[in-house]
Design a protein around this ligand. Sequence first.
Ligand code: GLU
Length: 464
Amino acid sequence: MTDLEDNRPATVRFAPSPTGHIHIGNARTALFNWLFAKQRGGEFVLRFDDTDEARSSDAFAEAIRADLEWLGISPDIVAWQSKRFDAYGAAAERLKAAGLLYPCYETGEELERRRKLRLARRLPPVYGREALKLTEEERSAIEAEGRKPHWRFLLPNFADDPFETRRTEVHWDDIVRGPQTVDLASMSDPVLIREDGTYLYTLPSVIDDIEMGVTHIIRGDDHVTNTGAQIALFKALGSEAPSFGHHNLLTSVSGEGLSKRSNALSIGSLRDEGFEPMAIASLAVLIGTSESVSALPSMAALMELFRPEFASKSAAKFDPAELTSLNRALVHDLSFDDVNTRLAALGISGERAEAFWYAVRGNIDFVKEAEQWWTIVTQGLSDPEPLDTGDVDFVREAFAQLPPEPWDANTWSEWTNSVKQASGRKGRSLFMPLRLALTGRRSGPELADLLPLIGRAGTLDRQP
Ligand code: GLU
C-alpha cells in the first residue's frame, strides 16, 4: 500500500508563521491539507509557527484565522508554538544528552571561507563538523570570550566516524510527487538553535508533528530538501516520520514567488475586492494540476475533484484575470437566497430585489456591481452616455407608445414591436437608443427583465 492509498483518518496541519497576511499560494497549502483531511474524515490543525516572536503578531494570527474561515476552512485545533517552548527545550536536552545536538561557534564569515575552500578542493560545500573536534578546554576558552554556541543536529550519514560520511539515502513516498530520495551526506548538519537561544523552524515543527499526532505533512515543494533531515530528526526523537506531500508553488504572472509581506495577492485584499471564496479556493487548488480550472460552487464539489497527486511538478503562474472569470461564472449561478443578505447590505431590498437579482446576475463579475444597476433601476440614470442627437425624436415617439400597466416580462417585446412598426427601425438602430435612454449604458442586463422593474412611471422619468 502506498501512502496515498492509506485511507485512515488523517491529521494534518497548516503551519503559517503569523508574520503577514496569507496569499493565494498559502491558501493552496491550507486547502490541500483541508481537502485531504476532510476526504478521510480527519482533523485539521492550524498551527502558528511563531517562534520568531519579534516578527510574529497576534493581529496577523487573527487575520489568518479569519481568512481561512472565510475560505471555508474551520480548524479542528489551533496551536501556537510560542506556548510550547518547554517541550522544545526538553527535546533539545534529550538530543544533547544523546550527542545528536552539538555546539558550534563558527561565525558566518568563517563558514563562508571554509565553504569556498571545500569548493576549491572539489569537495561538497557542506559543514565539515569542525566543532565536533573541539576539546572541553577549547570550548570553555571560546565561551570565556563571551561567545555563545549555535547548535547543529548530527545527521546519521556515517558508520562510526562522523568525519567519514557516506551516502545515506532517505526515501519517502511523497503523496504528491511519488517516490523521493535525498542523500543525507549531501547536506550540512542543520542548525536547530541559534546563538541567542531561539529555535529555527525545524525542531519545533518536528516535535509538534510528533506530539500532535500529525499523520501527513502537506506543504510547498520548497521544503523537499528539508524533508530528508526532518525524517532523520523524527527518528532521533524516537518517532516514525509521518507521510509527506510537497505540492508545486504558485508564482506571479511574471514568475516571481509570492510573498506574505507583499499585500497585493493576500486573501484579505481579494476578499475586499469582492471575490467569492469559492473562486479563490477553486483556482488555488486547481491551477497547476492535471485538472482543468473551473469555478466550483462549493467545498464539497472541490473535494470530489481533489487528489493530491494531480498537482504538476513545476510552478504554476497565478493570473488574477483568471480569478475574475471564475468569479463571474460563480456570480451568474448564485441564487437570491445565496446573496440576499449581501444585497440588503448594499441597500438592495424590498419587493423588487429578487427579480432584480435574477435580471442582473448574468451581467456582473462581482456581487457588489449589482449596486450600480439598482441605482439605475430605482433612481434613474447616473452619469449616462448621451443619446445621438439623431435618436432623440425617435426615443420621444417610442415613449409615447409605452403600453399601460400592468407590466411583465412580455412588455418589452410588445412595446418594441409596436415601435418597430411605427418607426420602421429594426435591430441595433431600434434597440440601442432605447437601451441608452432606459439605462444610460450601451450594454447591460436584458431590457425585458429591467423594464418591469423600472415601471411605467420610472420609465417616463427617463424621457429625453
Ligand atoms: N512555518 C513553515 C512555513 O511556513 C511551515 C512549513 C511546514 O509546513 O512544515 O514554511
